[in-house]
Design a protein around this ligand. Structure first.
Ligand code: ADP
Length: 499
């Protein structure tokens, strides 16, 4: 064992050679050497003759074991610090003192701090670009929706007015294209809303049987056109009502059912709803939509859930679509702690299925209203239409009167308030942006005057802010322009019946 340097020097100056090498003496020296550091401290202390404070600041004498333990810890710290750097890792930490290692650590901490600042800046800039994207989308959607409103409305009027049989195909093609464009805009906006985390899920009583029947009826014409039958199999164990978000569930089912119809000809779409589990006040229900259509190639089964992805390049040409529907379905389910599954055989058909958990409801019995597509009759209800653009008035008035409603028109919010004071209406359809007085202000005044009738916002802007403002102003509902005539009809009917 090598002796402590100072001890070695002292031995060399004091002891003659033969004593130094004697084994007993050597043993003694080694023992002293092990305990030498504490004595050394005491030596330093004596030499300095320092004040009491300095004495206290000096490390207390430690035993050899304690000293070795401390050294081991220092060595561990050094090894750890050296292992943080690929260059330093190759070096032997024993060659460097602790101060070197600590300095290195300080430099690394400063570098990390700088990286953190840079990361924060990157996050802020990404957040800003998401905001820019979202604003861009809502402005663009407004710009696209406004002319589309005119197109869809004109098609609706064209369809109703007398036209040559040879024009039928063109009108139909116009309508399909306009509907597709509207669906695409709605999908993009919805997708954007989901990406921004702005989707919340309502808790309301849902009659699943009525919901399914309505979705079937809404898809009935398209199914018949393609020679498809739609069959619903409903588990009798499922109660009349469950609690969940009806609009989002309808959106998921509609997407899957309309896909099943779109990708099937002369076949069958089977919708099965089964109670999977009933625990306390929760019901887990399984939904399955099975078709006998074109099926999906095994290697595309995951990709079809990616945005803007279709199973192959011919799909868009033959069937249209944007490839956003299933992405939205998946995200909506994932936000409700579920997911979508698919089994498919190319050329034979597909089955899409998922489970969702609902709350139990106290409500029993059948639901109020089953939507009948041919029964579009508003039975002479009084509607106040508040809209400043003449062409929009023309279209809306045509639609509303074709459903047997009586329509009165106000060209701005102020006129609407005056008309409300002197007439009796069943419902008000209110544009938002108008000269003199906008729709939000007019609604607030009507509500302050004690008006409780349903007021539905009609607007081309679908931004989250606008929807919030509409709610806060006391409006009952919201139909985005251009309205699908069926949506407008159903909204009016729903609120007038409930009111
Ligand atoms: P879109 O229907 O607008 O193309 P989706 O996201 O709804 O977009 O679907 C993505 C793709 O998944 C479709 O383009 C199609 O290739 C495939 N797909 C979806 N549903 C079915 C189905 N029932 N049968 C066959 N293929 C389907």
């Amino acid at each position: 064992m090598e002796l402590h340097k100072t001890l070695q020097q002292q031995i060399e100056t004091i002891l003659p050679q033969h004593l130094r090498d004697a084994p007993e003496m050597r043993h003694l020296f080694e023992l002293i050497s092990k305990n030498f550091p504490p004595y050394e401290n005491a030596g330093k202390l004596a030499a300095k003759e320092d004040s009491q404070n300095d004495v206290l600041a000096l490390p207390l004498p430690v035993s050899a074991e304690q000293y070795e333990a401390q050294m081991r810890q220092v060595s561990k710290i050094k090894n750890l610090i050296f292992s943080m750097d690929s260059e330093l890792e190759k070096e032997n930490p024993d060659q460097y003192d602790l101060e070197f290692a600590v300095n290195f650590l300080e430099r690394r901490v400063a570098e990390f701090n700088m990286l953190e600042v840079m990361a924060r800046e990157a996050i802020t800039s990404a957040e800003n670009s998401v905001k820019v994207k979202s604003n861009f989308l809502s402005v663009m959607s407004h710009e696209i929706r406004t002319p589309l409103n005119a197109i869809i409305g004109s098609i609706h009027i064209l369809k109703q007015e007398e036209h040559l049989p040879s024009q039928e195909t063109y009108i139909k093609s116009l309508q399909i294209s306009a509907d597709n464009l509207l669906n695409l805009i709605n999908d993009i906006l919805d997708f954007n809303k989901i990406e921004e985390g702005k989707i919340t899920f309502a808790k309301q009583d849902i009659n699943l049987r009525t919901l399914l029947n309505n979705i079937r009826l809404a898809n009935f014409f398209k199914a018949t056109e393609r020679g498809n039958k739609i069959k619903i199999m409903f588990d009798e164990e499922i109660p009349d009502f469950v609690v969940g978000d009806e609009v989002r569930l309808a959106q998921i089912l509609n997407n899957l059912i309309s896909n099943a119809i779109k990708f099937t000809t002369q076949g069958m779409v089977l919708i099965e709803i089964q109670l999977e589990e009933s625990k306390g006040n929760q019901l887990k229900i399984n939904f399955s939509i099975k078709d006998t259509g074109i099926g999906i190639d095994t290697k595309m089964k995951d990709q079809i859930f990616e945005r803007f992805t279709q199973a192959d390049s011919n799909i868009n040409r033959e069937y249209g679509g944007s490839g956003l529907g299933l992405t939205i379905v998946r995200r909506l389910l994932q936000l409700q702690k579920s997911d979508i599954n698919v089994d498919s055989d190319l050329g034979k058909g597909s089955r899409f299925y998922f489970s969702l958990t609902f709350g139990t409801s106290n409500k029993i019995g059948t639901d109020d209203h089953i939507y009948e597509p041919e029964d579009q009759n508003l039975k002479q209800i009084q509607i106040l239409l508040v809209e400043d653009v003449e062409f929009n008035v023309l279209i809306a008035r045509k639609m509303l009167t074709s459903w047997n409603a009586n329509v009165d028109v106000a060209n701005n919010g102020e006129m609407a308030v005056e008309k409300f004071k002197t007439n009796k209406y069943d419902i008000i359809l209110m544009d938002l942006q108008m000269p003199i007085m906008d729709g939000i202000s007019a609604t607030k005044i009507i509500r302050d005057l004690g008006g409780t009738l349903p007021i539905i916002a009609l607007t081309a802007s679908a931004s989250h802010e606008v929807q919030m403002n509409v709610k806060q102003a006391g409006m009952t509902g919201y139909v985005s322009k251009p309205f699908n005539p069926d949506d407008l009809y159903n909204t009016i009917k729903k609120y007038v019946i409930q009111a």
